[in-house]
Design a protein around this ligand. Structure first.
Ligand code: UTP
Length: 290
């Protein structure tokens, strides 16, 4: 059994790339068909054996908390109108995991958001699931990383090859192949200028970190984009102890940009048991005029 029981979901970013939808609502609450992005992420953590989750919130905190809480008035109405199935679905959301919340008072970056989880995490390794990255698949990415942590005993990051254009906005990793989809990561850089990248492998949305990350974050200065970058803190782990990079399986949707939101809704919509068939027929008809 893995020692990893806790997860942190940073969801306090300003979401400027999806404005104005995120003016008064966190992007983590943007729906993919009928569920907010953050619910898919909590479900992934739970399916990976996580019991305790901390959501780092910013403005719009109330609606995230309400979503994972009971909703007595609504549940009563659904029961009265014979919609017990829907009532049970809503109750299930509130019982998914032990979820607590902490507020990141200033949006100083992902590294700063993770540092807010120090007292929740204590002295244990933990998972970070970025609140705007939904990854769907048979084998939850969080579980893929936990297996890597359990095998190699060092922090693990979810990675994928990205384009030369994307890498300048993401991170770039120095990797040596171990076996299968496992690599050893010995260095990394956030938002590399063209020519400064180690490889086209980038960290996407998930990592498992040892508790030492909190000491490192205390002295991590402001990095790319004027923010405290988690990558800069993880770099210290990678250089001193090494980390494992896992080329993960799953379909990733970036809910932090408009095209990602559309792709998520189309693909999940097509597979949706209730509306999938009708949506497919609609898209086929529409495609004729494109
Ligand atoms: P991003 O850098 O994609 O989020 O962070 P952002 O700052 O909202 O993006 P813009 O404004 O569209 O460029 C990745 C994850 O980290 C969280 C975000 O909510 C997102 O889930 N985050 C980021 C925080 O919790 N706090 C921060 O200070 C920054």
């Amino acid at each position: 059994m893995s020692k990893i029981r806790k997860a942190v979901i940073p969801a306090a970013g300003l979401g400027t790339r999806v404005l104005p939808a995120t003016k008064s609502m966190p992007k983590e609450m943007l729906p993919i068909v009928d569920k907010p992005a953050i619910q898919y992420i909590v479900e992934e953590a739970v399916a990976s054996g996580i019991e305790d989750i901390l959501i780092i919130t910013g403005r719009g905190k109330g609606i995230v908390e309400d979503h994972f809480d009971y909703s007595p008035e609504l549940e009563q109405r659904l029961a009265q109108t014979g919609k017990e199935d829907l009532r049970d679905q809503l109750r299930h959301i509130a019982e998914l995991a032990n979820i607590s919340y902490i507020r990141q008072k200033e949006t100083k970056g992902l590294g700063h958001a993770v540092a807010c989880a120090k007292s929740f995490v204590g002295d244990e390794p933990f998972v970070v699931l970025y609140g705007d990255g939904v990854i769907l698949g048979e084998d939850p990415v969080c579980a893929q990383l936990i297996r890597a942590y359990d095998e190699f005993g060092v922090g693990a990051v979810a990675v994928r090859e990205v384009t030369r254009e994307q890498i300048t906005r993401y991170s770039s990793l120095k990797l040596d192949h171990i076996r299968d989809n496992y690599f050893r990561c010995t260095d990394m850089i956030e938002k590399p200028a063209p020519g400064k990248e180690f490889s086209l492998y980038s960290i996407l949305d998930r990592c498992v970190l040892p508790p030492e990350i909190f000491d490192i974050l205390e002295h991590t200065g402001v990095g790319a984009g004027g923010e405290i970058q988690l990558t800069d803190a993880m770099r210290e782990l990678a250089v001193t102890k090494g980390m494992t990079a896992v080329a993960f399986t799953g379909t990733r949707y970036d809910m932090g940009n408009k095209l990602g939101v559309l792709q998520a809704n189309v693909e999940v919509g097509l597979a949706h048991p209730e509306v999938g068939e009708a949506f497919r027929a609609y898209l086929k008809e529409l495609a004729k005029s494109l």
